[in-house]
Design a protein around this ligand. Sequence first.
Ligand code: ADP
Ligand code: X2W
Length: 307
Amino acid sequence: MENLQNSEPKSPRKAPKAAIGQVLIEALPYIRQFEGKTFVIKYGGSAMKDASLKNSVAQNVTLLRKVGINIVLVHGGGDAITKTAEKLGHNSRFLHGRRVTDREMISVIQMTLAGKVNQDIVQLLSQHGGKAVGVSGLDADTIKAVPHQNADTLGLVGEVVHINTDYIDLLCHAGLIPVIAPIGFDDTGNIYNINADDAASSIAIALKAEKLIYVSDVEGIHVGERILKTICKTEAADFIEQGIISGGMIPKVLSAFKTLDSGVGKIHLIDGKSTHSLLLEIFTHEGVGTQFIADQESDQSLNSQSR
Ligand SMILES: Nc1ncnc2c1ncn2[C@@H]1O[C@H](COP(=O)(O)OP(=O)(O)O)[C@@H](O)[C@H]1O
Ligand SMILES: CC(=O)N[C@@H](CCC(=O)OP(=O)(O)O)C(=O)O
């Protein structure tokens, strides 16, 4: 019979202390490698639905900043915009993952994205000890835009033409976390709705970031049941053509390859619904999610492997 008095209380969910130490040590080379480097994190609206997971993302971002990585957070909030628009009697329509936008929708976007969504993220980061600053693309000329190439159908949707990197760098060098709402403007007084994936890509390129990470609500890019560990441009184009990649994943994938082609070497899509996925991606050998890679890398690689 078991001696109950001498037995240790069983706690099956707790990892042994040595294993915890090992995990922390595994992070050390990455912390050394990334100190002082800039990461752009695109935080999608799809990953903002659950309060505890929002907390986990905020904790991860704060920790990354605390170990000396410059974190620039570009957020979406598509669902929140759709809900607010609905309440105000406006329907939402999307073409290839981008919202058809008129003047009234721009007001909704300013109110929701640069207002509530932005400030909620700033507040959450502050709660965990991260010093965050809310930045609308209109502040300090952060995002300058022109009409999107499909403006005849999309309306006031913009394409980024200039990013005020001095302002973003200034905030980062002061130890702050810029939290950027993807709204742009031009010299004639127009305000544009910019897809957050496109904005994150342009910001990563302009800052010559070390990494761009899309935090969304899927484990990675899936093809049927399979989650891809890597994806190259040629495959992605085929998957879009076949409808395997659709909706909001289209601007993510297109902007990812634009970023890769512009010299940002490490681009990942990870799951914001999975606890601590940011830390696992950055600080472990295995990583998580799907990495966007060049065609030639895919020839030699891993590409057919699934996670
Ligand atoms: N092949 C695919 N793999 C994974 N997700 C896909 C794929 N094709 C379409 N999607 C959709 O893309 C969505 C993510 O895009 P979106 O909703 O715009 O997220 P976010 O708010 O993070 O930008 C997923 O929830 C999924 O429904
Ligand atoms: C032009 C365009 O589509 N803009 C997006 C901006 C927000 C966004 O991109 O949010 P997610 O990252 O959550 O999808 C929109 O209006 O929904």
